[in-house]
Design a protein around this ligand. Structure first.
Ligand code: FE2
Length: 284
């Protein structure tokens, strides 16, 4: 007899680490390198959010990537993206830039504003070994192009994967990423299907807290969800102030992870090759 299905619980709460990257952009690194194995296929999650232009104005001038994908989701502010493949676009509030670095790209991500708020997330999604050297690809997805699912007190923006019957803007076969921006009215409840084997986490960025099972997840906390055997979903309930959160999940690749800064490969030799290729101008 099958055990009755159950919902995921919270395994661990993570506060994130204040850091800076690019040309002095201040951010909070939520998914740090020590969590890469636990949260495979995700390699990094940064949250940025500030009203102070001094915290973001330097932006991220030209820098390389190889071996994975970057997913940038804007909540406030505008960023201009330019890359060595000739792509260029402006990321506006509610929009997403999905970039597959593959064998290599050099790009810049610069603020398209002198003042005002800048807020959003950058998530790094690993590529399977067989795709790490594929051709680079990217897509700008405007706010209007992000599909939405709604029910009583709940609005879900579906960046990747499925929320109920709504398919997201991007699909990936190897890792089946789920990336949802969930807006909950006070005390609203949202239930999302989630295979037990997929690694998953959520981050509350507005409101006071959400409940996941018996655990309160407060604003500016990331919750790593337990891979509870036999579970098939997660249930999130907002507190009295309502809440907004991102929910991210994916099928682990189970492959070796070798990282040197903006290069993420499977072996040290591949990293040495990536640095050599960058230094020889072969990533442009
Ligand atoms: Fe980048």
């Amino acid at each position: 007899m099958n055990a009755p299905s159950q919902a995921r619980s919270v395994e661990r709460l993570v506060q994130g680490q204040a850091t800076s990257d690019g040309a002095g952009v201040r951010l909070t690194r939520l998914l740090t390198q020590d969590l890469q194995r636990r949260l495979d296929p995700f390699l990094m999650l940064d949250a940025f959010g500030t009203d102070n232009p001094g915290d973001y104005i330097g932006g991220f001038p030209d820098h390389p990537h190889r071996g994975f994908e970057t997913v940038t989701y804007m909540l406030q502010g505008r960023l201009r993206h330019k890359d060595s493949a000739g792509n260029e676009g402006v990321l506006a509030p509610g929009g997403v830039q999905w970039m597959t670095a593959g064998r290599g790209v050099i790009h810049s991500e610069m603020p398209e504003q002198q003042d005002g708020a800048m807020e959003g997330f950058q998530l790094w999604l690993n590529l399977p070994a067989r795709d790490k050297m594929r051709a680079p690809w990217y897509r700008d997805i405007s706010a209007a192009e992000v599909p939405e699912w709604r029910s009583e007190g709940v609005l879900v923006r579906v960046i990747a994967g499925f929320a109920h019957d709504v398919a997201g803007a991007v699909r990936r076969e190897a890792t089946e990423p789920l990336y949802l921006d969930v807006h909950l009215q006070p005390e609203a409840r949202f239930e999302q299907a989630l295979p037990a084997s997929h690694n998953a986490f959520l981050y509350v960025y507005r409101g006071d807290m959400v409940l996941v099972g018996a655990t309160a997840v407060r604003r500016q906390r990331m919750a790593i969800l337990a891979n509870t055997p036999g579970s098939d979903r997660v249930v999130v309930t907002a507190g009295a102030a309502g809440a907004r959160l991102i929910l991210v999940a994916g099928r682990p690749l189970g492959e070796p992870i070798a990282q040197h800064g903006p290069f993420v490969m499977n072996t040290r030799d591949e990293l040495v090759q990536a640095v050599a290729d960058f230094n020889a101008g072969r990533l442009a």
